[in-house]
Design a binder for this molecule. Structure first.
Ligand code: ATP
Ligand code: PRP
Ligand code: MG
Length: 282
């Protein structure tokens, strides 16, 4: 059985379970369940604290896990990224009260509050900057400056709402661009069943990122239209009853749906239909 670690709480928990459910796996109904077997798919799920997932994977007690890239790197565990999962996107950044610290060099000699000490320590060592102290906090890091335990923070920023509410401003380049990732142990031989899990998750990613577009177009304009919808391999072109028209079907990036429809209409395509992809295996 493939042993899979899944976050039991926090921002990653719900979307990770939703993605696994979409990939055809059983998921827990009660958030207090710690272990769940899915014998039909020959896998077993362990619901663990998101921060601990990399520790178990690194130790080899579970085969794979879902966690954040930031949490993986901060853990220092012997685990590596196997597949980015496209949700829980965030940046990891320095921030300070507006105007007080504006460059990474100015961090020298200052106190930084963070929940990700190793990540911060490694980044600053790379930059050759030595802070006075990295104060470890479990959360609500944005409050640390106002409360006087730090001069600046390094934390997860998604919309920036929490920073603004605390009167802080980001500075410097992002330390990291993070998202949820599937991780495996460094140098481990591929666990049986990992290829199936990976293909299924890739299928969910593709189904989320693409739509299926169908349209009719005069035969003389097929090449022009198809250039706008090249698909992944090559679009399907079928004859219509009216021999002067053809039907085309292609996968199109979801984000480009409306631009592509506008462009197709402009070149003479009609009856342009868009449908969601429920599942897919490339
Ligand atoms: N606002 C956010 N948007 C996107 N991802 C986030 C956000 N906050 C945290 N994350 C991601 O979630 C992971 C941290 O999860 P974790 O469960 O430890 O913290 P949390 O979601 O803040 O939960 P908690 O309520 O326990 O603080 C990291 O990978 C981080 O990048
Ligand atoms: O940029 P934003 O959209 O505001 O999101 C970022 C905030 O979200 C998370 O906090 P969370 O709510 O999990 O609280 P915590 O700091 O106690 O973990 C993270 O630690 C940031 O504080
Ligand atoms: Mg948090």
């Amino acid at each position: 059985m493939l042993r899979i670690a899944v976050p039991n709480k926090g921002s990653l928990s719900e979307p990770a379970s939703a993605m696994l459910r979409e990939a055809g796996y059983r998921q827990r109904r009660d958030t207090r369940e710690l272990v769940l077997a899915d014998p039909d798919n020959d896998v077993e799920f362990f619901f663990l604290r998101p921060r601990d997932v990399a520790v178990y994977v690194g130790a080899g007690t579970v085969d794979v896990g879902i966690t954040g890239r930031d949490l993986l790197l901060d853990s220092g565990a012997a685990a590596e990224e196997h597949l980015p999962l496209g949700f829980a996107g965030s940046t990891f950044r320095f921030a300070a009260p507006a105007g007080t610290i504006t460059t990474v060099e100015e961090i020298a000699g200052k106190r930084i509050a963070s929940s990700y000490n190793l990540l911060v320590q490694r980044y600053l060592a790379d930059q050759g900057v030595e802070p006075a102290e990295i104060v470890h906090l479990d959360g609500a890091v944005e409050s640390s400056v106002r409360l006087g335990v730090a001069d600046l923070i390094a934390d997860v920023v998604e919309t920036g709402t929490t920073l603004r509410a605390a009167g802080l401003e980001v500075f410097g380049e992002p330390i990291l661009l993070s998202e949820a990732v599937l991780i495996t142990r460094h140098g481990a031989s591929e666990a049986p069943g990992l290829d199936v899990l990976t293909r299924r998750l890739q299928g969910v990613l593709t189904a989320r990122q693409y739509v299926l577009m169908d349209y009719d177009v005069p035969v003389s304009l097929v090449d022009t239209a198809v250039a706008l919808t090249p698909g992944l391999e090559s679009p399907t072109v079928s004859p219509l009853h009216d021999s002067e028209w053809a039907a085309v079907r292609a996968m199109v990036p979801r984000k480009q749906t409306n631009q592509v429809m506008d462009a197709l209409y402009d070149v003479g395509a009609r009856a342009i239909l868009v449908t969601s992809i429920h599942a897919c295996r490339l």
